[in-house]
Design a binder for this molecule. Structure first.
Ligand code: SF4
Ligand code: SF4
Ligand code: SF4
Ligand code: FES
Length: 948
């Protein structure tokens, strides 16, 4: 095994379609117009020495090392900043150039400490490489680097150090922060020999605006910015390309290793979702994989009040199967079920639903998409015929207007946010529809054209008002609608949205958004060129989540903003494989590829291959499983990689449901919150230990490759296989590739997918079949999957969750950049320095009215329950609206959320809860009782612990 090396072409690729031919060192080379001479030379295999250039950022031309000679031109221009021209004749190696380059390198080396042997970058330093490349043998000006500014090391960031003594002031870091990440946290302070890289106003990295994405570290050619893991472990010796297991962006990484130890994660430039960029979680927060709290041995216990007992895999699997069989004999076939994981691979998820349908003999399977994007499935299938986003991420580069609804990409989908910010800096306009003033409303060098700070729960009203403007002001793209959509349904819809009750003026009273802002935003989206809509859980997690998705689809169809690059309707999916979990048939009514379980022909196909007959009745959704558990008819559940106690609404009801069951089997990395109610714990594997695939928010299927051996001795798919076998439903696979072959054979949209094909193409966006052998970057290009696009009348129905004298404030929830979801992984990394606890954001007006100051403990109460946390006073939220994250179990944020849910899919209404906030002294009684339960349920019997 060796390190996967990627060529650095020095300057970014030109997108021009005009070809230019020139001659470099006697060889003809043809490249797109706008390409630099440096890149053209690299493309034909000639490396021009360089220091300040790297292909992730635009050329800067400061180091003067890349000089070339061009016939007919005076001087020696820098090849990184000089574009090619037709017929140009370039020489990269002449005596004059050699002399000049040596002179440049002499200056650099005379100003650089010569501690190469003990330097962390030894073996991975471009300064070293260039000294060798230009043949530097002597330095006339000495080596002491006496004039070099050295304000001292900055070790404040938990993941990387900044050692200014090694800086060559090439500005690559500054440009990476600006151009790739879009944060503008770095500057070059001082002049001449005094020049030094400075985070913010000469602050420490940790105190600056830096979001720790690591782009600067990756760009740095020396050891100035270096990962602490490299300093500690040394240079990696081999690498494996794999996919991030945090969010739905699906960044591709090279896991760079020494033996079985990860040295660092380096974003892969060939990764089509991230194009070489990453966020703090994917690049740095992988330490949880070896965290001491990982459970590596199976454990069982009779009652949830007993301590755990470590057992062999055989005993744990046998107990799982015998308990499930006993329950089914006693309470019937439908008395057990399972929950698949959006953190696990497609193959693992497919197997869990296969076990449930084939082995348990029912369709009681559901997944966490139930609590996040199930309305996307319903809404987009209804409107377009497919349950997925329409574009690839690259598409945003061709958008002129971006509408962002109920999403906060800089925190939740950071790498896509960086690409979006770049497009905004290039001039695209932005409309933000969100109760909070999210960061994108104002970022460095870009500002939203309109922010519609609507009251939580009024999405449908506002979207319908936008449609009202489009229809009544004659902004409909009639040609598109006539050709691509059902015209009769359009007319019904147009008549509905045109009603005065749907006008911006009427909706302003409901939503709190001024009517002229709604009108202006609608005009901009309809007439501003390519309009693309991106949305998140602020759309779906409402009682009208599915209606909102359909309202978005209506707007896109009415304006013709669908079916080409730069436009579209795009759910920003939360978890790394939530798209895949849905695709794989994790819902109780659907087999893989979103085919209803009642379809005879589809069922017959699965039955023939699996050798069992399948139940044609849809099974229970997660909330129904919990209700049925409380009622006594649902007695056992297999939960793979999902922490429903922390992530699902109305915690007390979830706890009651779990407590009522006779056998709860949890398969996970850590004893999560749900495991407090488990009888059997099966240790799971991290993504670093897995082979398989994830599917990201763009429908992109990407390989997850094993970089280290499974720490528990079994892969997650093998555990499911063992349970199935023990239950008498044998499945046979030697490798996840065979599971994918089965998926492809049974699922038309995956027909062309295989591991060989993925290795060949890098990644594939489904549908991938005979018609689209390389996949489908943009959907609905020549017609909707369902035929004609469907307009649906979206009547606004106010949620039953209302504010009143008892609960006068509206609580909405979300995420923060450094933490991920229930925090099980990120809380076990150094990311806690940025978010040690969940805080309650309140507007200063609401805080003052209640006598609450910054940092005070407050009690947060709804009709479902109460919890306590500390206050953060900010005007990011409007008066009357409060906000919190839910990354820490101690917060118990979901004790507050109610059992209201989307009318079509049961997706919980997390985003609207009427609450009251009052001063408090500390945690509530429930939080204290819960802490005690958690402490008790983590006990492992001393005898087995000692036997370890
Ligand atoms: S880590 Fe990212 S945000 Fe921080 S300074 Fe470097 S490039 Fe900028
Ligand atoms: S820190 Fe690294 S990338 Fe930044 S200017 Fe110094 S040497 Fe160049
Ligand atoms: S968390 Fe998301 S944005 Fe960050 S590196 Fe992973 S996939 Fe990329
Ligand atoms: S690489 Fe061209 S001037 Fe530095």
């Amino acid at each position: 095994m060796s390190l996967v090396s990627e060529i650095d072409y020095g300057t970014p690729r030109s997108r021009s379609e005009i070809a230019v031919t020139l001659t470099i060192d006697g060889h003809a080379v043809t490249v797109p117009e706008g390409t630099s001479i440096m890149r053209a030379a690299m493309e034909m295999g000639t490396q021009v020495p360089k220091l300040c250039a790297t292909d992730m950022v635009e050329a800067f031309g400061s180091c003067r090392l890349c000089l070339v000679e061009i016939e007919g031109r005076a001087g020696t221009p820098a090849s990184c900043t000089t574009p090619v021209a037709a017929g140009m004749i370039v020489r990269t190696q002449t005596d004059r150039l050699k002399r000049l380059r040596k002179g440049v390198m002499e200056l650099y080396i005379s100003d650089h400490p010569l501690d190469c042997l003990t330097c962390a970058a030894n073996g991975d330093c471009e300064l070293q490489d260039m000294a060798g490349a230009v043949g530097l043998r002597d330095v006339r000006y000495g080596y002491d680097g006496g004039k070099h500014p050295n304000p001292g090391k900055d070790e404040s960031n938990p993941y990387f150090t900044y050692d200014p003594s090694k800086c060559i002031v090439c500005s690559r870091c500054v440009r990476a922060c600006e151009e790739v990440q879009g944060t503008f946290a770095l500057t070059i302070a001082g002049r001449g020999f005094e020049s030094v890289v400075s985070p913010g106003m000469e602050e420490l990295f940790l105190a600056s605006d830096c979001v720790s994405c690591g782009a600067c570290v990756q760009a740095c050619p020396t050891a100035t910015l270096t990962e602490k893991s490299v300093i500690e472990i040394g240079q990696p010796e081999h690498s494996v390309v794999t996919t991030c297991a945090y969010c739905g962006v699906g960044c591709s990484f090279k896991a760079e290793m020494r033996g079985d130890e990860v040295v660092r994660m380096v974003p892969y430039k060939d990764g089509k979702a991230n194009r070489g960029h990453s966020c703090v979680k994917g690049r740095f927060a992988w330490g949880y994989a070896t965290h001491r709290e990982r459970i590596l041995k199976p454990m069982i216990r009779e009652k949830i009040t007993d301590p755990w007992r470590e057992v062999s895999w055989e005993e744990a699997i046998a107990r799982t199967a015998s308990e499930f069989k006993r329950i089914q004999e006693q309470y019937g076939r439908r008395s057990i079920g399972g929950i698949t994981s959006s953190r696990c691979t497609n193959e693992e998820t497919f197997l869990v639903q296969k076990l449930i349908r084939g082995g348990f003999g029912n369709n009681n399977v559901d997944t966490c998409a139930r609590v996040c994007h199930s309305p996307t499935g319903y809404g987009l299938s209804t409107a377009f015929g497919t349950s997925a986003g329409t574009q690839d991420f690259d598409s945003v580069e061709q958008s002129d207007v971006v509408v962002l609804i109920g999403a906060n990409p800089t925190d939740a989908h950071p790498v896509f946010a960086s690409r979006m910010k770049k497009r905004l800096r290039q001039g695209a306009r932005l409309i933000v529809i969100d109760p909070r003033r999210i960061d994108l409303v104002r970022t460095p060098h870009a500002e939203a054209a309109y922010h519609l700070p609507l009251l939580p729960g009024t999405n449908v009203a506002v979207l319908t008002a936008l449609a009202h403007v489009v229809v009544t002001e004659g902004l409909v793209n009639e040609a598109f609608v006539r050709e691509r959509c059902d015209w009769d349904e359009f007319q019904d819809w147009a008549a509905f949205v045109s009603e005065p009750r749907n006008s911006p003026e009427a909706v302003a009273k409901i939503s709190g958004v001024p009517s002229d802002t709604i009108r202006a935003a609608a005009r901009l989206y309809a007439t501003g060129g390519n309009g693309a809509i991106y949305y998140g859980l602020g759309v779906t997690e409402h009682s009208q989540g599915s209606t909102t998705v359909m309202a978005i689809a209506n707007l896109a169809m009415a304006t013709g903003n669908i079916g080409r690059r730069g436009v579209g309707v795009n759910p920003l999916r939360g978890q790394n494989n939530v798209q895949g979990a849905c695709d794989m048939g994790s819902f109780p009514h659907e087999l893989s590829g979103y085919r209803h379980i009642s379809g005879e022909a589809t069922r017959a196909m699965f039955e023939a291959l699996w050798g069992v007959s399948l139940d044609k009745e849809p099974g229970l959704r997660i909330p129904n499983m919990l209700d049925a558990a409380v009622d006594g008819s649902f007695r056992g559940v297999y939960i793979q990689g999902e922490d429903i106690l922390q992530s699902d609404p109305d915690t007390k009801h979830v706890a009651a449901g779990l407590a009522a069951m006779e056998c709860v089997v949890v398969q996970d990395l850590f004893l999560n919150e749900t495991a407090h109610y488990a009888h059997i714990f099966l240790p799971g594997s991290t993504f670093l230990e897995k082979d398989g695939t994830f599917t990201n928010a763009e429908r992109r299927i990407q390989r997850v490759r094993k970089v280290m051996q499974s720490k528990s001795g079994k892969a997650d798919w093998e555990i499911t296989l063992d349970i199935a076998k023990a239950m008498g439903f044998a499945m046979h696979y030697d490798h996840p590739a065979q599971i994918m072959d089965e998926i492809a054979g049974l699922t038309p949209t995956f027909a062309g997918v295989s591991y060989d094909r993925l290795d060949q193409l890098g990644s594939i966006q489904w549908p991938c079949n005979e018609k689209a052998p390389a996949g489908t970057p943009v959907m609905h290009m020549n017609g909707f999957v369902r035929g004609k696009g469907k307009f649906v009348v979206t009547e606004y129905v106010a949620t039953d969750e209302r504010t009143g004298p008892r609960f006068p404030l509206l609580l909405t929830t979300g995420r923060i950049l450094s933490q991920y979801n229930v925090g099980a992984q990120t809380r076990r990394t150094a990311n806690v320095v940025w978010h040690e606890e969940d805080r309650l954001e309140m507007h200063p007006h609401d805080a003052e009215q209640r006598g609450i100051r910054e940092g005070d403990w407050v009690k947060l109460a709804s009709r479902a329950g109460e919890t306590a946390l500390r206050a953060l006073i900010t005007d990011r939220v409007a008066p009357g609206v409060i906000y919190t994250t839910f990354h820490h179990p101690e917060t118990q944020a979901n004790v507050i959320t109610t059992d209201y849910s989307d009318w079509a899919t049961n997706c919980p209404e997390y985003k609207v809860t009427a609450v009251q906030v009052t001063p408090s002294n500390g945690p509530t009684v429930w939080q204290e009782q819960y802490d005690e339960l958690a402490r008790r349920s983590r006990r492992v019997a001393p005898a087995t612990a000692a036997a370890e």
